[in-house]
Design a protein around this ligand. Structure first.
Ligand SMILES: [Zn+2]
Length: 342
């Protein structure tokens, strides 16, 4: 029994040591080893579980609760229980890196798609708002039937896959994006979706308006294919949907982009934005109103706390811009037009 514990402790120490060592590897080497081999292998292994219809996070959380309950109800000293809990926590943190988060340390998206244009000033932002509105109108859907979350998954996966591959990500296996119930669970912490490394799959909030589902889902799929940067996942989602044959998918992408540009513009020029919005076609205004009404159904529980924690987390992972990195999509879209790859 003691021998088994010793083996376990040695295993955890060696695992932790290698995990910490990996932080100090160069992005180029991590790209080759992690991006080229380990992460694709993780994807293939998780592909075995894609048939499971419910979110794997339920199973993982349930197992953790059972483990903790058994540990604390069982025999043994408090010190021993604390040590075992600590070892489990450490293992879960390092697993988080092996299963996904070393993607933060790979060659950044900015090096795969360098943005040479200067960031938008007020004039350029106004022009971009005009462009985003025009883009939205050009992609007005020919129908108003929304596919289910499951159907959307199948419709967009090949398109996100091909955009990710174009930027040098290896994408074997299959990535699932499931609805995480109860509705509003994520929206109440200002989150539309997230990727869960310990289950190898992503989730979106089913409380989202149907028009937001394809764009949010494509963003999360980007994470699933190893893209860590938030702005890059937004850009990849838009590029994937922009090329989609279904007009509703294209409209969702255009709507996602419009809301980013509009959010940035409204922040600086709220009155001017309101005037601009009032002149949009009624159908677009109605869609924007419906999206906002749906989001208002699930108000924030901790209005500022989530932003602060997530901003701190992103900075810890080397994303200096923190939450502002989501808005990088605006510079990327302008750059794509400049390069003629739009
Ligand atoms: Zn994201």
């Amino acid at each position: 029994m003691i021998l088994r514990s010793r083996h376990k402790i040695t295993g955890i120490v060696v695992f932790s040591f290698i995990s910490v060592l990996a932080f100090f590897l160069s992005p180029g080497l991590l790209e080759k080893v992690y991006g080229g081999f380990i992460f694709p292998l993780v994807r293939v292994i998780f592909s075995i579980l894609i048939w499971i219809p419910f979110p794997l996070i339920y199973l993982v959380l349930f197992s953790l609760l059972v483990w903790l309950a058994l540990l604390f109800r069982g025999k043994g000293s408090v010190k021993n229980k604390a040590l075992r809990s600590g070892a489990l926590t450490l293992s879960l943190i390092f697993l988080f890196y092996w299963l996904w988060a070393y993607n933060y340390k790979r060659i950044p998206f900015g090096a795969r798609f360098p943005v040479t244009l200067a960031s938008v000033d007020s004039q350029a932002l106004r022009e971009e708002l005009q462009f985003a509105a025009q883009f939205l109108l050009e992609n007005s859907p020919g129908h108003r039937s929304y596919p289910s979350i499951k159907e959307t998954e199948g419709m967009i996966r090949p398109w996100v896959d091909s955009v990710c591959r174009a930027y040098g990500y290896r994408t074997p296996g299959m990535i699932r994006v499931k609805a995480l119930y109860p509705k509003g669970l994520l929206l109440r912490i200002r989150t539309a979706g997230f990727y869960f490394p310990h289950g190898g799959e992503a989730y979106i909030d089913p409380g989202l308006h149907e028009l937001q589902v394809p764009f949010t889902m494509a963003h999360e799929m980007g994470h699933g294919f190893g893209v860590a940067d938030e702005g890059a996942c937004n850009f990849i989602a838009l590029m994937a949907l922009h090329r989609h044959p279904d007009s509703m998918m294209r409209y969702s992408g255009a709507m996602g982009y419009f809301r980013y540009v509009a959010g940035a513009y409204r922040f600086y020029f709220p009155e001017d934005y309101q005037q601009f919005r009032d002149q949009l076609p009624l159908q677009v205004q109605d869609d924007l109103n419906q999206i906002n009404a749906r989001l208002l159904k699930y108000p924030d529980i901790f209005p500022k706390l989530r932003d602060r924690i997530y901003d701190r987390y992103l900075k810890m992972q080397g994303i200096d811009e923190g939450l502002a990195s989501y808005d990088r999509i605006i510079d990327m879209v302008r750059e794509a037009r400049r390069r003629g790859v739009w």
